[in-house]
Structure formats: C-alpha cells, structure tokens
Design a protein around this ligand. Structure first.
Ligand code: KG4
Ligand code: ZN
Length: 335
C-alpha cells in the first residue's frame, strides 16, 4: 500500500510517499520545508506566519514528490493536535486530493505519528503492550498503548512541554531557536552537578509533569548568579534536571506495567543524554523490554511517521470522508 503522508501541524511542511507493508516501510520520496529560519527572528513559532508559509509550500512539495512515482492508494494527514493555521492547510490539501483522485483519507493524530516514527527504522517493530514517552515542543505525555490504536493516557505536562522548557531557557541565554539542540551541545562539556535545579513533581505518585517551575528557577538563578559558573555547566545541570524527571516518571510506568516495548519519541528524543540514560537503565534493569527510539531525522516532525500511523488505521478501515475531515487543534488521543 502506498501512502501519501502530509504533516503541517507546527513549523515543518512535510510530505512523503511511503511504501508500506507488514515487512516494513520504505520511503519512495520525501520533502520537508522547515520554517525555522523565519520563526527564529521571533524566538518561537508565529502561528499566522506558519499558516501562510504552509499554504505557499504544500502544493509544490506534493507535486515534487509525485514526479515519476505511482499515485498513492491512501492519503494520511495530521488533523491535530497542533496550530490550527497549519492543520487547516494540510487537511484542506488532503481533502482536495482525496476528492480529485477518489482515494481514501485517514486523519492521523500527530502524537500517534511520533510514536510510530520508531518503525521507520529497519527491524524496529513495536510489540504490545507498549509505553510511549512523547516529548516535543508542544507535548510531554506518557501513554500506554495496549494494542495498535488503543491508547490510555497515563500522564502529561500540567504546563510547559519539555521541549518548550529547553527553548525558553535557551532564550534566556540568548541562544537561537529551537534551543534544545543548542543547550544539549553546550551541556556535553559541562558539569551536571554545578547547579542544583529542582526536579518538579518527580517524587509525586502520578505520571504527570510540570516544567514551568524549572524554567522560573533557571531565570532566577541567572538573575542572581549569572557568570558564576560557565554556560556549559549551567546547561549540563539544567539538562540533567529535565532528563531526571522524564526518565524517573517513565521508568516508574515501565516498572508498574512491565510493557513489551518502551518508545521514546518527539523532538526531545533527539537528546543524546536522554537516549543514553534510558538505554542504560532498560538494558540493565529491564532487559526483557525492547527500547525503541527514532533515527535522528525522524525525531522532528515529518510526514513519513504520519504515513506509518495512517497505514495501521487504513488496515483497520478507519477512513474519514473527504467532506468530513476537520482540523482539531486540541485532539486528545485518549480521554
Ligand atoms: O517534535 P518537534 O519537532 O515539534 C513539535 O511537535 O513540537 O519537537 C521540537 C522540539 C523543540 O522544542 C526542540 O528544542 C526540541 O524538540 N529538541 C531538543 C533536541 N532537539 C530538538 N530538545 C532537547 N535536546 C535536543 N537534542
Ligand atoms: Zn511533533
């Protein structure tokens, strides 16, 4: 089955033609237009600008990836959650193509896409039940996937997302957007115990997160103590606080639920420290659990992961009529 994936929920316009079968996934063609350079000037994503840029790019990108390729059997599009300005562009393009080509349409949840991004790597297959930590600029959630398509939200952030916290603290340090990669690069040569940052909600019995207090404590620390430790030490200590909280809560879920697979996905899953910490704990303490994370290029928003999630929905016949598809900026995978 050949699936055209479309992703436009944030600041990447991404389209992909994915050859899908039970043996695995093969990218026939893929194009992503990143808007980062434009949003950088504003220190974050500006929804109106994002919408306009998605609208400019989406048709030329789809035309490009279809050159010398077969027509898709199914279209999979991100319908939410995300910025309404971008979601509308993607869902309208998908609606028009579904009608014009008379092919079925699948509405994909962006977070479900991130979870399936791990299956884009050769021989990485999710076994169920699985637990997924999706940490990105907009989300930080621990989800139990009982079987494909059956989700239970175990916990989520009460305020800022982990990636957002990286981005906001990077802004305090005058580092360019997005700040996660910048902070983790500086952190590589810093001391993790130079500053004792708080680990919000870490010892709570639930699976929820809160990162806004950590951001505020980083702000106060800088106002009072800037210059007393190196930027590398600051970044290493800050990164360690985020990693500790994410790992602690997720491992608690692994311990209690004993899943067959642990999935780490979303933009923050590109973080080396986070990957290494999970790899170590899982291999030493939970060797029966398979730990999957995406290749670096698939951590960020991309249409291939949307096509994978769309494939599983299509197999179950979960299609949406072209005249019924609707962008839903607050679409919760589970309630
Ligand atoms: O999934 P994504 O591309 O977009 C959203 O759906 O939000 O995630 C982007 C987020 C940004 O907040 C960025 O700072 C963060 O992922 N990020 C990282 C790293 N690479 C990207 N955070 C920490 N360490 C990294 N290496
Ligand atoms: Zn994302």
């Amino acid at each position: 089955m050949i699936i055209l994936g479309i992703e436009s929920s944030c600041d990447d316009t991404s389209v992909c033609l994915l050859d899908c079968s039970d043996k695995g996934f093969f990218v026939l063609s893929e194009k992503t237009a990143s808007q980062i350079e434009v949003h950088k000037k504003y220190g974050g994503v500006v929804p109106e600008i994002a919408g306009r840029l998605h609208a400019e790019k989406i048709v030329p990108l789809i035309e490009e990836i279809l050159i010398d390729q077969p027509r898709p059997d199914v279209i999979a599009v991100t319908a939410g959650p995300g910025l309404i300005t971008g979601l509308i562009v993607g869902t309208e393009a998908a609606r028009a193509l579904s009608y014009a080509w008379n092919i079925p349409l699948v509405a994909v949840n962006h977070l479900e896409g991130h979870m399936y991004s791990v299956e884009l790597s050769v021989n990485q297959k999710i076994e169920y039940p699985a637990i997924a930590l999706v940490a990105s600029g907009g989300h930080t959630e621990i989800t139990l996937i009982k079987k494909p398509g059956e989700y239970e939200l175990l916990g989520h952030t009460k305020d800022d997302a982990a990636g957002e916290c990286f981005d906001k603290v990077a802004k305090l340090l005058n580092l360019p957007y997005p700040g996660g990669p910048q902070i983790s690069k500086l952190a590589e040569t810093g001391k993790i115990d130079a500053i004792d940052f708080p680990r919000p909600m870490m010892k709570d019995t639930n699976y929820d997160f809160s990162f806004s207090g950590l951001k505020t404590s980083a702000l106060y620390w800088l106002q009072k103590n800037k210059g007393t430790v190196s930027e590398n030490d600051f970044c290493a200590s800050f990164e360690q606080a985020i990693v500790d909280v994410l790992v602690h809560k997720t491992i608690k879920a692994v311990k209690e639920i004993n899943p067959k697979t642990l999935i780490l996905a979303g933009g923050v899953s590109a973080n080396k420290k986070l990957r290494e910490t999970f790899t170590k704990i899982i291999s030493q303490e939970y060797p029966e659990t398979k730990f999957l994370f995406p290749e670096l290029k698939n951590c960020m928003d991309n249409a291939a992961m949307i096509a994978v999630a769309g494939y599983y929905q299509a197999q179950k016949g979960n299609f949406t009529d072209w005249d019924k598809i609707k962008a839903d900026p607050n679409w919760h995978l589970t309630n």
